[in-house]
Design a binder for this molecule. Structure first.
Ligand code: HEC
Ligand code: HEC
Length: 462
């Protein structure tokens, strides 16, 4: 009876819009009591087999559904140079012309530069910190290299990407090819200052983010272990970053180094840095501070109407998570057990609860399975960019969520993994794990072929 009370109490608490804090009850830890397909709780997209990757969360009011649709259209929209009757303000320097060109089908993009479907961007900075503890802007270039420009304007520089390959062999003879990227910045519009740092980043998935935005900070902090007190080799720290909207230091949740605090700031900064469009949150042109700025008068009126920015923020906030598939398959179940055994789950945390989101019940008090702790971890030299980002060091990366990872191939064509898209298979992605994840990675390499296959089958079911 006690167990029933716990569940009922939790439901009542949700109904009463108070936070459904996870009681120390075994019922809530017992996965068998819940439908394993519901990666995003009520915010799960069940229609995954029909083609679309994801859609709006359930239960949106008619008005909210319209705002979601408007945001969806703007996410797909190619912006153009001003003056234009609609969707003007692009550039003058930028990385791509639409959100969707980098976040293909709301998912991962393609690791290349300068093409329509290119989703890589290059952050740049000087060693040291700015007045808020963030990366120190590279004079003349800012914090991000814009490698594309409008006619008559020079891109800040272009980027050349090459790979060197090396092969890895498992004990049973199976091979994997690991490719190490190298980048060079060419044709800069002015000489690049000496000693600059770079950080290549590939556009990630953008669904389920309204859930991650509402995981209580206390939950995220409960996963930290800065001194490795439990001696599992895994630390995990929260990043704290400056929020240009609240003007406060906040916990970082988004970006490859947990370098952004909220979806509002993430989207406004994407418009500004990736596409050159200003808004009420990021009112300065990205080209600001450059010698090329003379040709771009600073305008008091942002390129984006407030309602446009807010609609795109609402769109990513209310995108549901693809439902899991094949959850009753015995191999998948065995793979899930192996995932826990070799401690992948220490960072890719399977289960947590969201707090209360007024007006959006599908995001409120949900039991979700994002497979991330939203913390930054030292991932070793192999993955290092050597460019700090607030409290994240040059070897730190945020654990990415794994929900939906089994849908990448279906939705995005060729899949690419890791912060820079160097991995072409999940196996390659795991083999790149080092630093705090070294033990897990080594245990993975020692699994039998059948166990590796089971683990991969589990990941494909997410
Ligand atoms: C040039 C490619 C590119 C374009 C264009 C782009 N993004 Fe991104 N997006 C990225 C990359 C790369 C990241 C990771 C950024 C980081 O690490 O700071 C990202 C991160 C995000 C995130 C955070 C995801 C997470 O889990 O951390 C959101 C949300 C997002 N983008 C939305 C948008 C929206 C909305 C637009 C259009 C206004 C947009 N992006 C345009 C490449 C792009
Ligand atoms: C110490 C924390 C940690 C552990 C342990 C860990 N991971 Fe990761 N994982 C990460 C981080 C951080 C990244 C992102 C690295 C990057 O982008 O360079 C990542 C990336 C991944 C990716 C690529 C996801 C994407 O979106 O590109 C997969 C797949 C993955 N991990 C699976 C696993 C598996 C399977 C295990 C167990 C063998 C494991 N991880 C153990 C932290 C961890």
């Amino acid at each position: 009876m006690k167990k029933v009370y716990v569940i009922a109490g939790c439901v009542l608490m949700i109904a009463g819009a108070t936070m459904c804090r996870k009681p120390n009850a075994s019922v809530l830890d017992d996965d068998s009591k819940f439908d394993p397909r519901l990666s995003g709780g009520l915010a799960t997209y069940m229609d995954v087999e029909s083609g679309g990757s994801t859609g709006p969360i359930a239960g949106l009011s008619e008005r909210d559904a319209r705002v979601h649709d408007l945001g969806d259209q703007l996410f797909e929209q190619s912006f153009v140079a001003a003056p234009a009757p609609r969707f003007g303000g692009l550039g003058p320097v930028f990385n791509n012309v639409s959100c969707a060109n980098c976040h293909h089908n709301d998912g991962f993009g393609e690791p290349s530069f300068g093409k329509l479907g290119s989703s890589l961007l290059m952050r740049v900075s000087l060693p040291g910190q700015d007045e808020h503890g963030g990366p120190l802007a590279l004079p003349g270039f800012g914090g991000q290299l814009q490698n594309v420009a409008l006619v008559g304007v020079q891109p800040e520089a272009t980027v050349e990407l090459t790979y060197t390959e090396q092969s890895f062999s498992f004990a049973d003879g199976e091979k994997a090819m690991l490719r190490t990227p190298a980048y060079s910045l060419i044709n800069p519009y002015m000489p690049l200052p000496a000693g600059y740092l770079t950080s290549p980043r590939l556009g990630p998935t953008v669904f389920g983010l309204g859930l991650l935005e509402n995981v209580p900070e206390s939950t995220i902090l409960s996963y930290t272990d800065p001194t490795d007190a439990n001696a599992d080799g895994i630390k995990g720290r929260a990043n704290y970053v400056y929020d240009p909207y609240t003007h406060k230091t906040e916990i970082g949740r988004f970006g490859k180094k947990a370098n952004t605090s909220s979806l509002l700031v993430q989207v406004a900064t994407a418009f500004q840095q990736d596409m050159g469009l200003t808004s009420y949150v990021q009112p300065k042109k990205s080209v600001w501070g450059q010698s090329q700025m003379a040709s771009v008068p600073e305008s008091a009126i942002p390129d984006l109407a407030d309602s446009m920015l807010n609609a795109v923020v609402f769109y990513v906030r209310t995108l549901s998570v693809p439902a899991r598939r094949n959850t009753n398959n015995e191999t998948v179940k065995r793979g899930e057990a192996i995932f826990k055994q070799i401690n992948c789950s220490a960072c890719h945390v399977p289960t947590m609860y969201t707090g209360v989101v007024p007006g959006l019940p599908a995001l409120s008090g949900q039991r979700i399975h994002p497979y991330t702790d939203m913390l930054i971890h030292d991932m070793g030299e192999g993955l290092a960019d050597h460019r700090p980002d607030y409290l994240a060091t040059g070897t730190d990366w945020r654990t990415p969520p794994l929900w939906g990872i089994g849908m990448f191939e279906k939705n995005n064509g060729t899949p690419y993994y890791l912060h820079d898209g160097r991995a072409r298979t999940v196996t390659e992605a795991i083999l790149w794990h080092g630093g705090e994840a070294q033990r897990s990675r080594d245990q993975f390499t020692q699994l039998s072929k059948a166990d590796r296959t089971a683990l991969l089958a589990f990941l494909q079911s997410l």
